[in-house]
Design a protein around this ligand. Structure first.
Ligand SMILES: *[C@@H]1O[C@H](CO)[C@@H](O)[C@H](O)[C@H]1NC(C)=O
Ligand SMILES: *[C@@H]1O[C@H](CO)[C@@H](O)[C@H](O)[C@H]1NC(C)=O
Ligand SMILES: *[C@@H]1O[C@H](CO)[C@@H](O)[C@H](O)[C@H]1NC(C)=O
Ligand SMILES: *[C@@H]1O[C@H](CO)[C@@H](O)[C@H](O)[C@H]1NC(C)=O
Ligand SMILES: *[C@@H]1O[C@H](CO)[C@@H](O)[C@H](O)[C@H]1NC(C)=O
Ligand SMILES: *[C@@H]1O[C@H](CO)[C@@H](O)[C@H](O)[C@H]1NC(C)=O
Ligand SMILES: *[C@@H]1O[C@H](CO)[C@@H](O)[C@H](O)[C@H]1NC(C)=O
Ligand SMILES: *[C@@H]1O[C@H](CO)[C@@H](O)[C@H](O)[C@H]1NC(C)=O
Ligand SMILES: *[C@@H]1O[C@H](CO)[C@@H](O)[C@H](O)[C@H]1NC(C)=O
Length: 683
């Protein structure tokens, strides 16, 4: 959110004076979505400079102007570079700089060179898809000339202005190639239809539902564009597009100046007062698209429109950001204005107390936050957003990318409309009626701790029940700490002892919070490396909290009957004869996990028996020997290792009463290993 960005910038005020105007502008672009076409006029400046304005979220390279029906594909970037000579490969560096600034760069195929392109058959479509994949995207086809060098673009844009068949095949075939990407990268499919609905050239392709973003050209089309003083036709067209393409994010395509199109120009003030208020109400509104960078550079249209196109109401009336975004010469004034904004913003924020409400129906967080005060920084409880069936289909692109599967359901990667990545868990065998589901979800939503994966929303519609979580880019602890593939690549992923320790204590704090410090509020019974996810900074987050309650009867869950068992399960989870399950059952799993982390890291051989049970037994007698054998680290680090082992041993005691509570575990990890004793050895 722009709001969050401003807040962030304001808080780092100490760095403010060092900050360039450019950096300010770049940060502001994170949330505001403007797409622009670049490539048809050298007066627009370089691609790198275009991206570093911070104004654009998407840049479409215009165009691959010739392709299909046996033609040799031709990239046409006007005077920017000469593709046949290979000179455009130098754009790779600009593209990389755009991408690292968070700007998505796409190749637009088609454009105004009518007669220059069409598709003659399904196999022609397949051929073009393969050509695009191998030359501009993740493909590695032998001998592909790659006109843009080693750049890997973020997707393909269809700007098809002359009708022909088979663009639906092209969309299908590109999507299949996208999904085949070896590195799991996500690519975009976008399109720029004319505003008369449905579009003559792209209707079939758009009908596939495979397009992420659709920027509709509301210009050069008198039947559906803005007429001076009358936004009616435009808004009727908008209504057709946004309801007609529920799976896509729809952008309002406009000329960036009077000269940029024959008709349909809307000035920024009119845009803000007459058009945006109506346009924004569409669920799938994404922002605006501008033709083109050269005109935008001349008029500063996007700079002025930038603060207007957000959905949040709270910042808009306060001030106009365009001056400070655009007038780079007046750097001092800019900084002053910026400070003023910060002050206003912070006061404003303080006054309101919370962030602005999100659109859509929400489940309010409870008045009383859960239990104990934690020393850890807590995340603010989120409002849960409710999503529809088709929202979920859209955000997961029809369940295109499966992240994993478990006994409670499959997990898919997805994107919210604001670009945030999410993990969507589609529940299977969900039990209970809608009311019970809502109340369980509300209680999961109440959980808020830096070491627990936050729930952002849910879907409850007919038989579809899904939970939408923040996406954790670095996967699970399992893939990091427990890979014993000793290839160099994998080795580089191995975690340092210090990091392992941070992870161990983070998980302990998360469990301490969930257990309510001994009052056993929430028992997980699924603590294991696969369920510990890692965020960008490798901070651990416990996942799947409370989900078992949604999927199995409490009885089944408590006795462990419904689940596969493994070495992480406490004795009482496996067999009733060891007593009833309790929060101490999680303590046991935690202990096994910590010992396994140590064992996997060290890869030591302790005789024939390689089970963790045997490893623990061995540890009792060889603790000092083991720690001293870790010769390549400092004595402080050795102390961390020793603490992990001692804590692990306390946690895996057979008798529940002999196991430490999670609070005690945290205490032990925070103290020095000198103060810790080994538990009495019982078997
Ligand atoms: C494609 O374009 C070529 C040349 O413009 C034309 O001869 C051909 O009939 C077109 N094919 C289709 C299927 O539209
Ligand atoms: C290309 O798309 C067509 C139509 O969707 C499909 O029949 C064909 O199998 C696809 N080809 C490949 C290689 O995926
Ligand atoms: C909206 O769609 C309907 C049905 O497809 C069509 O008849 C109408 O002309 C469209 N209106 C605009 C402004 O595109
Ligand atoms: C290139 O852009 C300039 C300024 O925006 C404009 O005056 C000129 O007509 C454009 N040239 C072409 C070929 O579009
Ligand atoms: C974590 O994931 C991010 C984003 O995918 C990546 O850039 C980063 O290198 C990863 N961190 C580690 C330590 O692998
Ligand atoms: C180890 O990882 C490399 C790639 O990182 C892979 O090529 C190799 O097959 C893996 N080896 C095993 C035994 O899994
Ligand atoms: C590391 O090795 C495991 C197999 O042990 C493999 O599945 C994984 O993909 C490897 N990771 C990387 C980044 O190569
Ligand atoms: C782990 O230990 C086993 C047996 O001692 C050995 O074969 C293997 O190469 C070791 N792997 C690494 C990554 O050290
Ligand atoms: C619990 O620990 C005590 C010593 O602290 C020991 O005597 C007892 O046998 C343990 N109980 C079990 C069931 O292991």
């Amino acid at each position: 959110m722009l709001i969050a960005n401003i807040n962030h910038l304001c808080l780092s005020a100490s760095q403010l004076w060092a900050m360039s105007v450019l950096a300010v502008a770049a940060a502001a672009s994170d949330d505001v979505k403007i797409a622009v076409y670049w490539g048809q006029n050298t007066s627009e400046g370089s691609l790198r400079d275009t991206c570093s304005t911070g104004l654009y979220a998407y840049v479409n390279l215009a165009f691959l102007s010739s392709f299909g029906d046996g033609r040799a594909p031709v990239l046409n970037l006007a005077g920017h570079c000469d593709p046949p000579s290979g000179a455009c490969a130098s754009l790779a560096a600009d593209i990389a700089s755009c991408q690292s600034a968070g700007v998505k760069v796409l190749l637009s195929i088609g454009g105004g060179a009518l007669g220059g392109y069409n598709l003659s058959s399904p196999s022609d479509a397949q051929g073009v898809a393969t050509y695009l994949w191998d030359n501009f995207l993740g493909g590695t086809g032998a001998g592909a000339p790659r006109p843009l060098g080693d750049a890997v673009l973020d997707g393909i844009d269809f700007d098809i202005e002359s009708p022909s068949q088979y663009y639906d095949d092209l969309a299908q075939n590109l999507t299949s190639l996208y999904r085949s990407d070896a590195r799991g990268r996500a690519y975009l499919l976008t399109a720029a239809p004319q505003c008369p609905f449905p579009d003559a050239s792209l209707a079939a392709a758009l009908g596939t539902g495979l397009f992420d973003n659709v920027w509709v050209q509301f210009y050069n089309n008198p039947g559906c564009q803005y007429a001076p003083g009358d936004a009616g036709a435009l808004l009727r067209g908008w209504q057709n597009w946004t309801t007609g393409l529920p799976a896509a994010t729809v952008f309002l395509g406009l000329p960036a100046s009077l000269d940029a199109a024959g008709s349909g120009f809307v000035d920024v003030d009119t845009l803000a007062s007459q058009v945006l208020p109506a346009v924004e109400s569409a669920e799938n509104y994404g922002g605006i698209m501008l033709w083109s960078r050269s005109y935008d550079k001349d008029t500063g249209f996007s700079g002025a429109a930038h603060p207007q196109i957000r959905k949040e109401e709270s910042v808009r009336p306060l001030f106009s950001l365009n001056t400070f975004l655009y007038n780079r010469a007046a750097a001092a004034g800019v900084l002053l204005l910026f400070l003023l904004i910060c002050t206003c913003f912070l006061c404003h924020k303080k006054y309101r107390g919370t962030s602005p409400p999100e659109e859509g129906s929400v489940v309010a967080p409870p008045a009383s936050a859960p239990k104990k005060e934690q020393p850890q920084p807590k995340q603010r409880p989120q409002r849960l957003k409710r999503y529809t069936d088709s929202d979920v289909e859209r955000m997961t692109k029809y369940y295109a990318h499966k992240l994993g599967h478990g006994s409670t359901g499959d997990v898919y990667r997805g994107n919210l409309r604001d670009g945030r990545q999410v993990a969507v868990k589609v529940l299977k065998d969900s039990v209970g009626d809608d009311k019970e589901f809502m109340s369980e979800v509300a209680s999961i939503g109440r959980i808020s701790h830096v070491n627990v994966v936050p729930l952002l929303g849910f879907c409850l519609q007919g038989p579809t029940r899904a939970l939408i979580y923040e996406y954790m880019p670095n996967g699970s602890l399992e893939s990091y700490a427990f890979s014993n593939n000793d290839s160099v690549e994998n080795y580089s992923l191995w975690l340092y002892w210090e990091k392992l320790f941070d992870i161990a204590i983070g998980v302990a704090r998360g469990l301490q919070y969930l257990h309510g410090d001994g009052n056993a509020n929430i028992v997980l019974l699924n603590v294991k490396p696969r369920n510990i996810l890692l965020d960008q900074e490798l901070c651990p987050k416990i996942s799947d909290v409370g989900v078992a309650n949604l999927c199995f009867s409490k009885e089944g869950k408590r006795t462990g009957n419904a689940r596969g068992r493994d070495g992480y399960d406490a004795p009482e989870v496996v067999s009733r004869k060891f007593g009833a399950v309790s929060s101490k059952s999680d303590v046991y799993s935690y202990g096994v996990m910590v010992l396994e982390m140590v064992r996997a890291k060290r890869n030591i051989s302790v005789g024939e028996d390689t089970t963790s049970k045997y490893f623990a037994q061995w540890m009792y007698e060889h603790l000092d020997q083991f720690c001293n054998s870790i010769s390549d680290v400092s004595s402080e680090t050795r102390d961390l290792v020793k603490k992990m082992i001692i804590v692990g041993l306390w946690c895996i005691q057979t008798a529940q009463t002999n196991r430490s509570s999670m609070s005690r575990v945290v205490e032990m990890l925070e103290s020095s290993s000198m103060d810790l004793e080994l538990p009495v050895r019982t078997s």
